[in-house]
Design a protein around this ligand. Structure first.
Ligand code: NAD
Length: 386
């Protein structure tokens, strides 16, 4: 079988550095799938990219890697791509407004969309990681109009996994201290496979809505509601004690919701570098659940940034948002209709959707300005919803 052609933009960046070994060891697309890897970066990063290519060679990855091309030539990188992992973006610089960043990255995503449209496989599967990830998906969908919108996704799996990691930490601490208190035998530690029903809704930003209202743990051979293991409704963001009917993100101490929202900033403050290992792992999970023959169709519901067109949750159409989906065999996914939103989650999600709509409007305005400045006559005509 011909190898799977995978392009990674931002190939010299820090997430790529952690992601390449996972792909090369067959942990993303499956152990039997050979990968032809194309690493793209911009010319100022050419030396760093060459260094990455040297390290790939030195690592003797032979399991899943058929070949590696490190290049600053966009056409060479995107030609025939069957999977595109878009990490490349403009970083936020001191003094830069959030809206300037959206404009800069919209220009990059416009170019990525054109490359996908013209050179990639017509069924290329895309995961956008570069921020603002969901709005970047929207821009791609305009400039790659032939690509099915369902093929364009963004990473919200990192937020999802952060939430599960925090839940597991809390649940295991409680189970272990309960068993020590009643003198029972050592308890089995819960793992990610023992958690279901978690979801991140909305934008990959501080407005995201981590939702544990439907979470269950697998304890002693059966699924039990989250509160039977973690009864602290305030920490979970489930308390109805405040006016307005809920306290997601509010509490005397940092709630789970706040901790998930601020986790990226906490890692940055501690490491002086942004999350890269966990981001790479989340990308690997996102892609393997979606595309690997071993996992697709067998995984539980996960959070993915996807088109809102035709969603069953009542989220406004015409944007991309993190929603619960189930990946199906053969590289497709469906909204998980088993999820229903509490009134509180819906209220917070509405605020996140407003932010996504503002980002989209800003990105379009910035692109129009740039096109006008460049004397372009090509109008921006968003294609109708599928
Ligand atoms: P990084 O700065 O280490 O690497 C980015 C790389 O992209 C650089 O090598 C840069 O030269 C390259 N690049 C810039 N413009 C490019 C272009 N037009 N074409 C190709 N390459 C280009 O950043 P990182 O830590 O690897 O993070 C990558 C992106 O992922 C950032 O935008 C970051 O904010 C985002 N991120 C998102 C999530 C998420 O959950 N969605 C999590 C972590 C990071």
């Amino acid at each position: 079988m011909a190898p799977l052609r995978v392009v990674i933009t931002g190939g010299a960046g820090q997430i790529a550095y952690s992601l390449i070994p996972l792909i090369a060891r067959g942990l993303v697309f499956g152990p039997d799938v050979k990968v032809d890897l194309r690493l793209l970066d911009i010319p100022p990063a050419a030396n760093a990219l060459a260094g990455v290519a040297m390290e790939v060679q030195d690592s003797l990855f032979s399991t899943a890697l058929e070949g590696v091309l490190a290049t600053t030539n966009e056409v060479e990188a995107f030609t025939g791509a069957q999977v595109a992992i878009l990490l490349g973006g403009f970083p936020r610089r001191p003094g830069m407004e959030r809206w300037d960043l959206i404009g800069k990255n919209a220009g990059i995503m416009k170019r990525m969309g054109e490359l996908l449209e013209t050179y990639a496989s017509p069924n290329c599967k895309v995961v956008v990681v570069a921020n603002p990830a969901q709005t970047n998906c929207y821009i791609l969908s305009i400039y790659a109009p032939s690509l099915p919108r369902k093929n364009i996704t963004s990473l919200s799996r990192l937020d999802h996994d952060r939430m599960i990691g925090m839940l597991l930490h809390e649940a295991n601490s409680r189970l272990i201290s309960d068993s020590a208190a009643d003198g029972s035998e050592c308890v089995r530690r819960l793992t990610a496979a023992d958690v279901r029903g978690a979801c991140i809704w909305g934008n990959h930003s501080n407005s995201q809505v981590p939702d544990v209202s439907a979470v269950e743990f697998f304890v002693d051979g059966r699924w039990v509601p989250i509160e039977s293991v973690i009864p602290d409704r305030t920490w979970l963001g489930l308390s109805n004690s405040l006016p307005g009917g809920g306290n997601i993100g509010v509490g005397p101490e940092e709630s789970l919701v706040e901790a998930v929202r601020k986790r990226g900033a906490a890692v940055l403050a501690a490491r002086k570098l942004s999350s890269a290992m966990s981001a790479a792992n989340a990308i690997a999970e996102h892609l393997s659940d979606w595309l690997s023959p071993e996992k697709s169709g067998h995984s539980p519901a996960v959070s993915m940034g996807v088109t809102t067109d035709g969603n069953p949750f009542g989220v406004s159409e015409g944007i991309f948002s993190s929603l619960p989906v189930r990946c199906t065999i053969g590289g497709d996914w469906n909204y998980d209709e088993g999820f229903s939103m509490t009134d509180d989650v819906r209220r917070h999600l509405e605020a996140s959707v407003v932010e996504l709509e503002e980002e989209k409007a800003t990105a379009l305005k910035m692109l129009e300005k740039a096109e006008a400045a460049a004397g372009s006559v090509a109008g921006l005509v968003p294609r109708p919803s599928l």
